[in-house]
Every structure is written in structure tokens, then in C-alpha cells.
Write a protein that binds this ligand. Structure first.
Ligand SMILES: Cc1cc2nc3c(=O)[nH]c(=O)nc-3n(C[C@H](O)[C@H](O)[C@H](O)COP(=O)(O)OP(=O)(O)OC[C@H]3O[C@@H](n4cnc5c(N)ncnc54)[C@H](O)[C@@H]3O)c2cc1C
Length: 442
């Protein structure tokens, strides 16, 4: 819908007819707000909807049709087959330009019982509403399978409802986007919040009766569950593109160029379903983030509307709040940097969100990863209490601009006791990393 709005700004309704098909019941919603809706912080689902189909129709002259699923694409004819979910009818809708923005879908394990009722993958607001509805039955035991950030945010939401929450993770850490030494802090926060966290305990199946999940099994035990959430990550939903012969990339998303054009003339793609150029790893990848999706939608919409815009790629900046800690990352973590072929140095520093003597100064840990010899900042991670996470944006700008740790340590960053120590944590980490860059022993 970002793309549709941008295109409409450039072309009047007489010149460009815009139709949007949405399988679900909502347009322009914040999926990111779902955990807060499930947990009860957000009371009304309508608060998560930025613009309804009526608003699109009346204010933007965009014909947004909900409960309409695109089921097939014929790029030779320039038409998309649409299933009207209420009536069951189908029709072929012709187009001159088509944008594929189908997002991603939660990964569902191929394990016995994985399709049972009561097991939720969360991607759309309809998914969130379905999960919220089950809260009315007052479930007491939740099991979250997988420790990605969506699973963790929902584990917190269930705890906020005073439920018993078990989190089962196959790996030896939660939050795979962090290095293990930083992820440990998130695991501590979860346990402190009352989540019963089991790492290195893969799920082997789901026990069901009457088509409903009753328990989650591992090699070690069987855990009773009234509700199960899958936090195994998401995969780009590129099925329509694949079916139409549109090129996909190695990461499984729709391959696009910098203007968001696909391999087929007149077909564009943006958001989670499209691959992104990672500016540090220097490869195409999929990173499912609303920040990227919105920017890509804008670029696609400007181009479809006859303008010219390009999307320069991403550095993978993300923040999240898990129980009492804020978690942030940008660029590559140490493991990713090594996998990408960089020789790295890394430092981890402890600091505070305000001057140490100031009331409510809270701890935060910053990890910085730089390239050996060049000193180029490759990535940073921050875990800490309130006030920690958004500091990542300074590091994100530095990573984006290929700055060295020497340059970062000298940045003219702001300071007053209520806001930070005199050495900002990001600058402080750079200061520690700088001498190691040329140190053979590091
Ligand atoms: C619980 C949760 C928390 C999140 N938190 C954050 C956060 O804090 N920060 C952040 O940056 N990102 C966050 N994200 C990720 C962010 O929501 C996504 O990256 C973003 O929504 C992607 O936008 P999109 O338009 O590509 O896809 P979506 O928002 O998923 O939209 C795609 C739409 O296409 C529809 N659709 C799919 N196939 C068809 C079809 N064949 N026909 C018709 N319609 C179809 C779907 O129903 C869906 O509504 C979160 C996601 C979730 C689920």
C-alpha cells in the first residue's frame, strides 16, 4: 500500500487506475504491534490499522479489495487470477504494471501434528487476531517453538497475561541475529521474566486430540500446551512469482534490481518477498523488516507512477524489546562477518544509559565488530535496559557509510548526564576496538 500511495501521488485517477488485492481482512496494518495486542498493551485491533480499504478508496482513489487472493499470474497475458474468498468466485484482472508484495510466511516445521488447531504462525494481522481470540478461552499454558524475535516477543506477551510459558529452542542460544555472548543477556531477561527457556532442545512433534494441539514433544519431555506459537522465522512468500516463471534469487526471494523491477517487464516486487542487497555482506539476502518494506514500497511506487527512484540496499538494522531488555543490531555480527570472509576484531564493553552517577542509569552492553587492518566498522550489537537500543542508529549510519572505528570514536556525539556517559557507548566501543585493528595478537 506504500507503493500504491506513492504511485497515486504521481498520477491522477484518470491516468492510473490502482487496484490492490489483499487476502486478509486488513490493509496497511502494523504487524509489529501484534505482540502488544496479544499481551494486552494495545486494547483495540483498530489501533494497529493505519488506513482502511474505505480510506484508500475515498481519500486516495485506490481500489483496495480485502478477502481477495491472487492465486495465479500470467505474465504473457498481463493478468492475475483473483479468488474472491467470500463468494468463491474467480476472475482474471488485467494489468499494465503489477507489484508483488506478498510478504513472507512463518516457517512451519514438517513434524507430526504441526497443522493442528492451536498452533499459530504469526505474520498477518488476521493471524494476530486469531491468536488474540484464543485468549478469550483463558489458556494457561503456552509453548513457543523457536527463539526468533517474534517468538520471544510473544513469549513476553503470554507472560504479561500471567500464563505459564515454555520456550523450546534447538540451538544453544535464542535470537540468532545476535552473537551468542550477547544473546545470553536476552536469555537471562527471559528467565528473569518467568519464561521457562530450554535451549538445545529441538521439538520432535506435537501431540493432538480432536485436531487440537495438547502438548509439544522433545526427546527429553512432553510439555502440555493450550496454545503454541511458532517462532522459527519466516520465508519470503514468492509462490506467485515462482509459478509465473519470474526469477528468484539464491535466498529464495523475488530477484529485483535497484528500482524494484523483477526479471519480467512490467512486474515489480517490494517488501519481505523481495531480496535485498546487503551493503556489508555484499550479497543478495532476505531480511523481513517493516523498515525495509516501507522504503522499497515507496521506491516501487515512485517508479510505477512514472518517476525515478532507487533502493540502495540494507545493513540489517533492527531493534526489539524482550521483557526488560532492549536489543539492537546493525551490520554483521561476528559470526556473519567471518562467514562473509572478513577477518575481524571484536570488542564488548559495559556502559550505562546515563552518566553512571545519574538516577536510573541502567546497564548496557555494546559489541562492535570491525575489519582487521582497515578498521572498517562491520557491525554492532547492543543489549541493555531502557534507553539502550536506539543508540544502534549511530552505529547504523557509520556502518552504512563504511566508517572506520577511528572515525567513529571521534564523532561529535551529544552528551549530558541524563542522556549518556561522557563517552557515548558506541564511541566507547570504537575507542576500545581502534588499537586492536592493527594488533596481530587480536
Ligand atoms: C509479530 C511481528 C512483529 C514484527 N516486528 C517488527 C518490528 O518491530 N520492526 C520491523 O521492522 N519489522 C517487524 N516485523 C516485520 C514486518 O511486519 C514485515 O517485515 C512487514 O510487514 C513486511 O511488509 P510486506 O508488505 O512485505 O508484507 P506484509 O506486511 O506481510 O504484507 C503482505 C500482505 O500480502 C497479503 N498476501 C500474501 N499473499 C497474497 C496473495 N496471494 N493475494 C493477496 N494477498 C496476499 C498478506 O495477507 C499480507 O497482508 C514484525 C512482524 C511480525 C509478524
Amino acid at each position: 500500500m506504500s507503493a500504491a500511495s506513492q504511485a497515486r501521488r504521481r498520477q491522477a485517477a484518470d491516468d492510473l487506475e490502482i487496484v490492490a488485492f489483499e487476502r486478509g481482512s486488513f490493509t496497511s496494518y502494523s504487524a509489529c504491534g501484534i505482540p502488544y495486542f496479544v499481551g494486552g498493551t494495545v486494547k483495540d485491533v483498530s489501533a494497529l490499522v493505519v488506513r482502511t480499504p474505505d480510506a484508500f478508496r475515498n481519500d486516495h482513489l485506490i481500489d483496495a479489495r480485502i478477502r481477495h487472493e491472487a492465486v495465479e499470474l500470467d505474465v504473457a497475458r498481463g493478468a492475475v487470477c483473483v479468488l474472491e474468498l467470500e463468494s468463491g468466485g474467480r476472475h482474471w484482472e488485467p494489468y499494465d504494471e503489477l507489484l508483488l508484495a506478498t510478504g513472507s510466511r512463518p516457517i512451519r516445521p514438517s513434524l507430526p501434528g504441526a497443522d493442528a488447531r492451536g498452533i499459530f504462525g504469526i505474520q498477518t494481522l488476521d493471524d494476530g487476531l486469531a491468536l488474540h481470540r484464543t485468549m478469550a478461552d483463558n489458556p494457561r499454558r503456552a509453548v513457543v517453538v523457536g527463539g526468533g524475535y517474534i517468538g520471544l516477543e510473544l513469549a513476553e506477551a503470554f507472560r504479561a497475561r500471567d500464563m505459564t510459558v515454555r520456550l523450546l529452542e534447538k540451538a544453544d542460544q535464542v535470537m540468532p541475529s545476535l552473537d551468542r555472548d550477547m544473546a545470553v543477556l536476552v536469555a537471562d531477561a527471559l528467565r528473569e521474566f518467568g519464561v521457562d527457556l530450554h535451549t538445545e532442545e529441538p521439538v520432535v512433534g506435537f501431540e493432538t486430540s480432536d485436531g487440537r494441539v495438547r502438548a509439544v514433544s522433545t526427546e527429553a519431555a512432553s510439555y502440555a500446551a493450550d496454545v503454541v506459537v511458532l517462532g522459527l522465522g519466516v520465508a519470503p512468500d514468492a509462490a506467485l512469482a515462482r509459478g509465473a516463471g519470474i526469477a528468484l534469487g539464491d535466498a529464495g526471494g523475488v530477484r529485483v534490481d535497484r528500482r524494484m523491477r523483477t526479471s519480467v517487464d512490467g512486474v515489480w516486487s517490494a517488501g519481505d518477498c523481495a531480496e535485498k542487497w546487503h551493503r556489508v555482506a555484499r550479497r543478495w539476502t532476505t531480511i523481513p523488516l517493516g523498515t525495509h518494506a516501507n522504503k522499497e514500497g515507496r521506491v516501487a511506487g515512485i517508479n510505477i507512477g512514472g518517476g525515478y527512484a532507487t533502493f540502495p540496499g540494507v545493513v540489517g538494522t533492527a531493534v526489539s524489546k524482550i521483557c526488560e531488555v532492549e536489543v539492537a543490531r546493525t551490520g554483521l555480527n561476528e559470526a556473519e562477518a567471518r562467514a562473509a570472509g572478513f577477518e575481524t576484531v571484536s570488542v564488548t564493553i559495559d556502559s550505562t544509559t546515563r552518566a553512571g552517577y545519574f538516577p536510573e542509569a541502567a546497564p548496557l552492553k555494546t559489541k562492535m565488530v570491525a575489519e582487521k587492518l582497515s578498521g572498517r566498522l562491520l557491525g554492532a550489537q547492543i543489549v541493555g535496559r531502557e534507553g539502550a537500543a536506539k543508540r544502534i542508529d549511530v552505529a547504523a549510519v557509520a556502518v552504512w557509510n563504511q566508517m572506520t572505528v577511528d572515525e567513529v570514536l571521534n564523532l561529535d556525539l551529544s552528551y549530558a548526564p541524563p542522556f549518556s556517559p561522557v563517552w557515548d557507548p558506541v564511541a566507547m566501543a570504537a575507542r576500545r576496538a581502534a588499537p586492536l585493528v592493527f594488533d596481530d595478537a587480536s
